[in-house]
Design a protein around this ligand. Structure first.
Ligand code: ZN
Length: 348
């Protein structure tokens, strides 16, 4: 904000005559302070906001948003923010307390608004892949206007009564799989929500936000075609893989790959010995050839499973966070491409 360091004071003294006019102009051009809860979302907001936003990301690269503990610095960023972007679907269980503690009075934007969420109970229903063929038409980004009628999914957020389920307490997961960014169709909805929120908060730069959106969607479209071709020619009996936690449900639906995970939807849950034994048995029976580690997870269990079954470790997937800027997944688009390529290379 106003930095009255030596240089600013000098500038004010030198240009004293036009201080009033300059201040007003500087304020109009000053980037809007915004907060994004985690790195993947932060990158999308930066792509659309460009020079007009100053994005602070709470859970940074390689960070785990499931088990995050906000810091006092986070509270300061939140209290100064005009807009806060969150994933929703109960991904950020720690956010509500932070918003209260920081007395946040800006606009809270839920990036998954309008997404057709995968139910928690659907997680084991992915075996029947026949009905996934009709998801192909979702790759045509021109029909995204259809997503307006998904607004009735907003009521999914009202599932507070799930807190009453004793057996779920401590797992901190909601009724829906929160990892919705692992579908490029959903990414369009994230981008649309981000663009609309920025244009509303800062109408004078709305043209820039919409032109950034158009450019981004064309990159997304090109990526979508590349990924579809990468995932197309994998043998039907090789389409099952293992990851530490259950983060790829949306990728699974989009590309007909089954993901098994010793941990549940959140990294917070611990795999039971019985679950691990069952998974090892399944890997042997189904001849599952690839297991993957995740950048955010404790991977000892995966390494143990690989050792016991002889399955090879197919590489590192970026599930819930980007890599650092010198890594292979420092933007959302690079992350998606890296994951798809890592999976398809391991299965071919
Ligand atoms: Zn996760």
């Amino acid at each position: 904000m106003l930095n009255l360091g030596k240089r600013s004071l000098l500038k004010i003294t030198v240009s004293a005559l036009c201080v009033a006019a300059t201040t007003q102009m500087v304020h109009a051009d000053e980037p809007i302070p915004v907060v994004a809860t985690f790195s993947i979302l932060g990158n999308m907001v930066s792509e659309i906001g460009g020079e007009h936003v100053n994005v602070t990301t709470l859970v940074g690269p390689d960070g785990d948003a499931h088990v995050y503990q906000p810091t006092p610095k986070d509270a300061r960023s939140v209290s100064e923010a005009e807009l806060m972007f969150m994933n929703g679907l109960e991904f950020e269980g720690w956010l509500e307390r932070l918003v209260k503690a920081a007395s946040f009075d800006g606009s809270l934007v839920v990036a998954t608004d309008g997404i057709q969420a995968i139910g928690f109970d659907d997680q084991n229903d992915h075996d029947d892949h026949d009905d996934h063929k009709d998801h192909d038409d979702h790759k045509d980004h021109n029909d995204h206007d259809d997503h307006a009628d998904h607004k009735d999914h907003d009521d999914h957020k009202d599932h507070d009564d799930h807190d009453d389920h004793d057996d779920h307490s401590g797992h901190n997961h909601g009724a829906f799989d929160p990892h919705a960014w692992h579908s490029l169709t959903n990414a369009v909805i994230y981008i649309d929500n981000i663009t609309a929120a920025l244009a509303k908060a800062d109408p004078s730069n709305a043209g820039d936000y919409y032109s950034n959106r158009a450019k981004y969607l064309s990159e997304l479209d090109a990526l979508s075609k590349d990924v579809a071709s990468m995932m197309a020619d994998i043998d039907a009996d090789k389409r099952t893989v293992v990851t530490p936690h259950d983060a790829f449900g949306y990728f699974s639906v989009a590309y007909d790959v089954t993901f098994e995970a010793p941990q549940g939807l959140s990294t917070e849950s611990e795999a039971s010995a019985a679950d691990v034994a069952r998974l090892i048995e399944q890997i042997r029976e189904q001849n599952i050839s690839a297991v993957f580690i995740e950048s955010i997870s404790d991977n000892r269990l995966i390494e143990q499973i690989a050792n016991e079954t002889g399955a090879s470790v197919g590489g590192t997937l970026y599930s819930d966070a980007l890599s650092s800027s010198d890594g292979p997944a420092s933007t959302y688009l690079d992350m998606f491409r890296h994951n798809a390529k890592t999976i398809s290379d391991a299965l071919k």
